[in-house]
Design a protein around this ligand. Structure first.
Ligand code: NDP
Length: 480
């Protein structure tokens, strides 16, 4: 059993109320640790530490900030095995995945923003004929709140924290209470890297108490949130009358559109990955697969054959491709959606059942599931399941599939498979999504804007977009 503590002012401490929550291991369903059930008081303490650190941190040279961020990145890389195992145990994802994706990406987030801040520049405008020059300062906001979900715990936590501190802010952050361990471990690394105390403060606890206290805090001036659409709407309601800056990265129900003229082999392999990586618990997964009618039958046979080969197993086994879902409640939610699909006359082509792994009978395992549907407007094709469940359905024309792809409340990402350039241009222009991949999926360049439209959120993360979010623009006009 381990005990997680809050990280405030560079030190580890128990929650002030001494209340604790259980930390479950999804691979066997057992309690394996205790997490602070932090209250408003702990958020206040974190805020006070951040406020104390801000005057000095905001004046730290870019070179120094960059050096510290890159040091954090190096230390994460040096401790990759420990972090990958911890992430896997907390979340249920295969250790191999955490080692290949989650932890390297968390390290890249720090390295990327450590470098980006040294290149971040502001504009100047000469007001010709008026003898004046304008220049724009990009000043840190002050104390900002970062709240992240459980699916890619350290990866998404650091995606917010790194640009926030690079830009000179001090942070009060809360990871998901379901997956707090790697955020807890990060505290030690920040100390070792020489991050001044109070620049980053991590408070663990429930969203509706600890998270809400961050959002409600009158002097935390910006909130960067990734999580569900319902929670995002709730946060927006609280933050709007206080005029806080908000970045909301929310749910998705992303179309994966496959035309007959695509590179079939590449498409098939990537579609399996886009459907089931991280047990389908990635906001960018292509959960609605639309296939051109002329290759639908072939695709269906080949796809199901590949999905049937996927190995569900204990996260620490090298052979495992799908580990456990994150929690019992989430497993039940996903199973409930499969039931709904059956009631809607969805045809379960493979999967659909819980998997019992010998010696880990209490774990939350589920077969990768493919459901054939006949209309786009059914619940299983409209609501975010966020598990190893995809639908497939055929289409006949470009207009028909464009309409179906857009006829959903979300607009996070879309994937398109075709070798026709004109079609690519037509569709990428009209698809309603913040991120579109053509003939690939999840190919990420951290300089690009990342985020969604419609119910998938507001604002963009990544590159200079993130640094702009975490700074206030102040224009100075000098008449000479
Ligand atoms: P939630 O919205 O339930 O939670 C996200 C975070 O917000 C957690 O830390 C949670 O804490 C906290 N929280 C919950 N209620 C409040 C509140 N009232 N005030 C402040 N904070 C609160 O999402 P999940 O953790 O279930 O994550 C899954 C969702 O995240 C999916 O919908 C997925 O699509 C989305 N997501 C979006 C991404 C994107 O980039 N667009 C990327 C990854 C995921 P706690 O866990 O303790 O409740």
């Amino acid at each position: 059993m381990h005990t997680i503590q809050n990280y405030i002012n560079g030190q580890f401490e128990n929650p002030s109320n001494n209340e604790w929550l259980d930390n479950y291991c999804p691979a066997n369903g057992e309690i394996y640790g205790q997490i602070p059930n932090s209250s408003k008081d702990d958020v206040e303490r974190a805020y006070q530490a951040a406020e104390l650190a801000f005057p000095s941190w905001s004046k730290t040279t870019l070179d120094e900030r960059s050096r510290i961020l890159i040091k954090i990145s190096e230390l994460l890389e040096a401790n990759i095995q420990q972090f990958a195992e911890a992430e896997s145990k907390d979340n249920g994802k295969p250790v191999s995945l955490a080692k290949a994706i989650d932890i390297p990406r968390a390290a890249s987030n720090f390295r990327f923003f450590g470098n980006a801040i040294t290149q971040f520049a502001s504009e100047s405008h000469e007001s010709v004929g008026q003898d004046a020059i304008n220049y724009t300062l990009r000043q840190p906001i002050g104390i900002v709140g970062c709240i992240s979900p459980w699916n890619l715990p350290l990866y998404l936590f650091t995606w917010k924290i790194a640009p926030a501190i690079a830009a000179g802010n001090c942070v009060v952050a809360k990871p998901s209470e379901i997956t707090p361990i790697t955020a807890f471990l990060l505290g030690n690394i920040c100390n070792e890297a020489g991050l001044p105390k109070g620049v980053l403060n991590i408070v663990h606890g429930l969203g509706k108490i600890t998270g809400q206290a961050i959002v409600e805090h009158p002097y935390i001036k910006a909130i960067s949130f990734t999580g569900g659409t319902k929670t995002g709407a709730h946060i927006a309601k609280i933050a709007a009358p206080m005029f806080k800056k908000l970045s909301l990265e929310l749910g998705g129900k992303n179309p994966n559109i496959i035309f007959a003229d695509c590179d079939y082999k590449g498409m098939l392999e990537t579609t399996v990955r886009a459907s089931f990586s991280n047990q389908g618990q990635i906001c960018l997964c292509g959960s609605r697969i639309f296939v051109e009618a002329s290759i639908y039958k072939k695709f269906k046979t080949d796809f199901i054959a590949k999905v049937n080969q996927l190995k569900v197993g204990h996260p620490s086994s090298e052979a495992t491709q799908l580990g456990a879902l994150v929690s019992k409640q989430h497993l039940e939610k996903v199973l409930n959606y499969i039931d709904i699909a059956k009631k809607e006359n969805g045809n379960i082509l493979c999967g659909g059942n819980q998997v019992i792994i010998k010696d880990y009978e209490g774990g939350y395992y589920l077969e990768p599931t493919v459901i054939e549907i006949s209309t786009n407007d059914c619940k299983i094709n409209q609501e975010e399941v966020f598990g190893p469940v995809v639908t497939i359905m055929p289409f006949n024309t470009e207009n028909e599939v464009l309409h179906m792809a857009n006829a959903v409340r979300y607009g996070l990402s879309a994937t398109l498979w075709t070798s026709n350039l004109k079609r690519t241009m037509r569709l990428t222009n009209q698809l309603q999504a913040g991120i579109i991949w053509v003939n690939t999926w999840m190919l990420r360049d951290l300089r690009t804007p990342f985020g969604g439209i419609k119910a998938s959120g507001v604002g963009r993360e990544g590159g200079f977009e993130a640094l702009r979010f975490f700074t206030e623009a102040k224009n100075v006009c000098i008449k000479y």
